[in-house]
Design a binder for this molecule. Structure first.
Ligand SMILES: O=c1ccn([C@@H]2O[C@H](COP(=O)(O)O)[C@@H](O)[C@H]2O)c(=O)[nH]1
Length: 272
C-alpha cells in the first residue's frame, strides 16, 4: 500500500496522530539493559511493541544508530516493525540531500536496504536531488520546511521574493513536486504560527511535526494551526519524552503511558 494511504488508515482507524521517534541513547537506557548484548535492539523493540497500537508511525533517526555502529540493528528493527506491526509506517529520519547520481543511492539505502515507507530529505539542492525519491509513488517524501530548532530561522525565514524561504519550499513542493501525491513537509511544533501558514498553502498535505515533549512545543497550538478540516493531516512526533519516560525495568510501560497521554491530549484538540 502507498505511504499516504497507510497513513490515512492509521489516522482514521486507529484514531491517533502520534509518531514515536526512535532515538536510542544507551547512556539513558535502564541499568539492566545498559550492558546487555544487543541492547539497542532490545530497547527499541520493547518501545515499539509497547506503543505500536497508539501510533500513526514510527520515526527512527539514522544518526542515533550510525553513531553506535548499529545500522544492522536499524535494519532488523524496521524488519521487526513490518513483521509484528503490519500497517504501521516507518519514516527513516535521514535528512538526505545530494546530486542526482548520489541521491539514487540514498533512495536505495532508505527503501531497499532499510525498507522504510518514507524518508526525510533536505530540499536545499533542488528538484533533481529529490527526483529519485519522488519517482517512488508508493513511498513518502518528507521535506524539511520550517525545522523545530532555534537556528531554523537563519535561512528558512529569509525573504525570498516577498515571502520567507520556508513558504517558498512549501509552495514548490505542493504545486510542482507532488505529482504522485507522495510529498509531506517537516514543520516544527515550536513554531505553530508558521505551521499554520504552511497549512494554509499546502491544503491537506501531511505535516511531520517534531518538537513536542523535550523541545517544549505546545500541542494545543499545533492542532489549532495545523489540523485539516477532517482533524488529521499531522504526524506529531516525540522521541525523548516517550523513550525515556521511565528509567527502570518498567521503561516500556512508562513509554506506553507517555504515548497514550500524548495521543489523548492531541485528540482533545482535534475536533474543537
Ligand atoms: O525540525 C526537526 C526535524 C527533525 N527533528 C528530529 O526529531 C526528533 C526530535 O526528538 P525529541 O526528543 O522529541 O526532541 C529528533 O530525532 C530530531 O533529529 C527535529 O527535532 N526537528
Amino acid at each position: 500500500m502507498r505511504f499516504s494511504d497507510t497513513l490515512k488508515q492509521r489516522w482514521q482507524q486507529h484514531d491517533t496522530l502520534v509518531c514515536v521517534g526512535l532515538d536510542p541513547e544507551p547512556s539513558k537506557f535502564p541499568a539492566h539493559l545498559r550492558h546487555a548484548p544487543d541492547m539497542v535492539f532490545a530497547f527499541c523493540a520493547a518501545i515499539v511493541d509497547a506503543t505500536a497500537d497508539l501510533v500513526c508511525a514510527f520515526k527512527p533517526q539514522i544518526a542515533h544508530f550510525a553513531a553506535l555502529r548499529a545500522e544492522d540493528t536499524l535494519e532488523r528493527l524496521i524488519a521487526h516493525i513490518h513483521a509484528k506491526h503490519p500497517g504501521v509506517p516507518v519514516i527513516l529520519d535521514a535528512k538526505r540531500g545530494d546530486i542526482g547520481s548520489t541521491a539514487q543511492h540514498y533512495a536505495s539505502e532508505a527503501f531497499e536496504r532499510y525498507r522504510a515507507d518514507a524518508v526525510t530529505l533536505n530540499p536545499y539542492l533542488g528538484r533533481d536531488s529529490i527526483q529519485p525519491f519522488l519517482d517512488r509513488a508508493d513511498k513518502g517524501v518528507i521535506l524539511l520546511c520550517r525545522t523545530s530548532n532555534p537556528g531554523g530561522a537563519d535561512f528558512q525565514a529569509l525573504d525570498c521574493g516577498g515571502i520567507p524561504l520556508y513558504l517558498r519550499v512549501a509552495e514548490k513542493v505542493a504545486r510542482e513536486w507532488n505529482g504522485h501525491g507522495n510529498c509531506a513537509l517537516v514543520t516544527g511544533a515550536t513554531w505553530p504560527e508558521e505551521l499554520g501558514k504552511v497549512r494554509a498553502l499546502v491544503g491537506d498535505m501531511p505535516l511531520l511535526v517534531p518538537g513536542i515533549g523535550a523541545q517544549g512545543g505546545d500541542v494545543e497550538a499545533v492542532l489549532r494551526h495545523g489540523r485539516t478540516a477532517a482533524g488529521t493531516g499531522l504526524l506529531i512526533s516525540s522521541s525523548r519524552a516517550i523513550l525515556y519516560a521511565g528509567h527502570g525495568a518498567d521503561f516500556a510501560a512508562a513509554a506506553r503511558s507517555a504515548a497514550s497521554e500524548l495521543r489523548d491530549t492531541i485528540n482533545r484538540y482535534r475536533h474543537d
